[in-house]
Design a protein around this ligand. Structure first.
Ligand SMILES: NC(=O)N[C@@H](O)C(=O)O
Ligand code: NI
Length: 166
């Protein structure tokens, strides 16, 4: 069985798949008479295809049995999908360029202050958390049209042991 190594999540590494939502590297704007900072433009929310609208939701996710098996990948042809952890806990992100090609898979260790915004049509694994009852704010698309495509892997992959996050 192919085991996916896990790499630290960085904007650069994740660029082919979407945005990393974090303040690092973003110069804040001083707003509200200096009583707040605004870290602006952190993700490209792309949900307007075929009349889509922004959907704000709240996920509460549970830990999957270890070692985590990757059996299903999905994508949303009509909209991006953003996940922002609300509990400060580290979590996992698995994406690929082609779900039928194991060499195209990438697994990332996301820190608790990092969110991701999967670009429209980006193949990804459904939400993967490392702590039970992990809450996430989710920004994606609501509206008509087929916005979910799934691919069940002919041979499952396995997530390797997390490398120490840098
Ligand atoms: N099903 C659902 O709303 N969530 C998935 O799209 C996911 O990526 O977790
Ligand atoms: Ni999804």
């Amino acid at each position: 069985m192919v085991t996916l190594s896990i790499e630290p999540l960085t904007k650069q590494a994740f660029a082919p798949f979407g945005d990393v939502v974090e303040t690092e590297g973003n110069t804040p704007l001083s707003i509200n008479q200096g009583y707040a900072q605004r870290f602006n433009g952190l993700a490209n929310i792309d949900v307007a295809a075929e009349g889509g609208q922004v959907n704000i939701s709240w996920f509460v996710a549970s830990v999957r049995p270890a070692p985590i098996a990757i059996r299903l990948m999905e994508r949303h042809p009509l909209g991006s999908q953003m996940f922002m952890p609300l509990n400060g806990a580290d979590w996992l992100v698995v994406v690929c360029m082609d779900p039928a090609i194991s060499a195209s898979y990438r697994a990332f260790a996301a820190r608790g202050h990092q969110g991701v915004n999967y670009a429209r049509n980006c193949w990804h694994h459904p939400l993967l958390v490392l702590k039970d009852a992990s809450a996430f704010l989710v920004v994606d698309r609501k509206g008509d049209g087929a916005n979910l495509e799934e691919h069940w892997l002919s041979e499952q992959l396995q997530l390797g042991v997390q490398s120490a996050a840098s």
